[in-house]
Design a protein around this ligand. Structure first.
Ligand SMILES: NC(=O)c1ccc[n+]([C@@H]2O[C@H](COP(=O)([O-])OP(=O)(O)OC[C@H]3O[C@@H](n4cnc5c(N)ncnc54)[C@H](O)[C@@H]3O)[C@@H](O)[C@H]2O)c1
Length: 323
């Protein structure tokens, strides 16, 4: 099977693509390489903007995975205009071109951010998605455009992912568990901006496993699926990171609790992914920390700007937002 991964040189892609190669798939990556290229040398990488891909470029691929765009709120807020182009229009364009080219399945990396600020209930895929912020709005738009193209000959699987955490060869330290790990290691302290906020957390190994299940699902399956390893309050994540450090490494970590307002608060059920796609998460906070400890020497230069998406994005000098 031939698979094109758009945005495949990013955090998720750099961990996922080697897994796909191990499984015998022929993978090509198209990526602007904002964060460099940490993929195995054998992977063909086309350094290109998604909008510069044409039908002929997509011919011969069986499946396309969309992992591109601006991947967090700070990037989206820095340039909402580019956010809507990259997160809403780019997946719409790529899915459209892929369908014309005869691609059989499109898999879209969506986000639980679409839910916005919820009422402390467990949200499923039919619950209201009411984010009022550029990132959440655009991730819903990208998902809707892809789903609109679904039919008997074009399967579309959209994941609403929790916050991914754990090691990747293209590392990020701006994601909740990774940030707490870094801060505990570097300062012996974890700052919790708001302990009562809910977040679904998704271990890197679990997200890679989910993409494999989607690729290998029978072709009549399409739909939107929440995916996460578990739901946690931010306070609970902090407690667990602190406990793992103390128990496993004998290090005392100070917790600093703040009361900062957040506009994202959601917990989700991932039963549909389990029932329809057989996606069964295997990880928890402790195993994510294990993964980070095991690979720590590869990202020990904690303050390198490349680990923080917003810093790299600002250095690219995109059109910034002015009110
Ligand atoms: N990481 C998370 O916690 C998380 C959670 C929910 C959803 N997502 C979604 O998953 C996807 C991947 O996330 P990630 O953390 O790997 O992101 P990332 O920022 O590490 O990688 C994105 C990659 O896409 C490339 N890219 C961006 N726009 C492009 C374009 N127009 N053409 C070609 N290449 C382009 C960048 O160069 C980069 O390599 C994103 O769509 C993100 O919104 C991520």
């Amino acid at each position: 099977m031939r698979i094109l991964v758009a945005g495949g040189a990013g955090y998720i892609g750099s961990a996922l693509v080697p897994r796909l190669l191990d499984r015998g798939y022929a993978v090509t990556v198209v990526d602007l390489l904002w964060f460099g290229n940490h993929l195995p040398e054998s992977v063909p990488v086309i350094q290109k903007e998604i909008f510069d891909l044409h039908v002929d470029d997509l011919k011969g691929f069986d499946q396309v995975i969309f992992l591109a765009g601006l991947s967090n709120d700070p990037m989206a807020e820095f340039s909402p205009s580019l956010n809507f182009v990259y997160n809403a229009s780019a997946p719409a364009y790529l899915a459209y071109v892929a369908k014309i080219a005869g691609v059989k399945r499109f898999i879209y990396a969506g986000s639980c951010s679409v839910y916005g600020y919820t009422v402390n209930e467990l949200y499923d895929e039919d619950s209201p998605a009411i984010s009022q912020h550029p990132y959440g709005i655009s991730k819903l738009q990208g998902e809707k455009a892809a789903m609109q193209l679904q039919d008997d000959s074009f399967s579309v699987i959209c994941f609403r992912q929790g916050t991914v955490s754990g090691y990747s060869p293209r590392m990020r330290l701006d994601l909740i568990v990774n940030t707490m790990f870094k801060s505990a290691r570097q300062k012996g302290e974890i700052t919790i901006n708001n302990p009562s906020i809910w977040r679904p957390i998704l271990a890197m190994d679990d997200v890679c496993g989910a993409y494999i299940r989607a690729i290998e699902a029978s072709e009549e399956i399409s739909g939107i699926f929440n995916i996460a390893s578990g739901n946690f309050t931010v306070g609970e994540v902090g407690d667990q990171v602190q406990q793992v450090f103390e128990r496993r490494m004998g290090l005392r970590i100070k917790l600093t609790i703040k009361d900062v307002q957040d506009y994202r608060n959601y917990k989700v059920t991932f039963e549909k992914a389990r029932n329809v796609l057989s996606i069964k998460p295997r990880h928890d906070i402790e195993s994510i920390i294990d993964d980070l400890v095991q690979h720590e020497d590869r990202f020990a230069d904690f303050d390198n700007p490349v680990y923080y998406n917003i810093r790299v994005f600002q250095s690219l000098k995109p059109k910034a937002f002015t009110l």
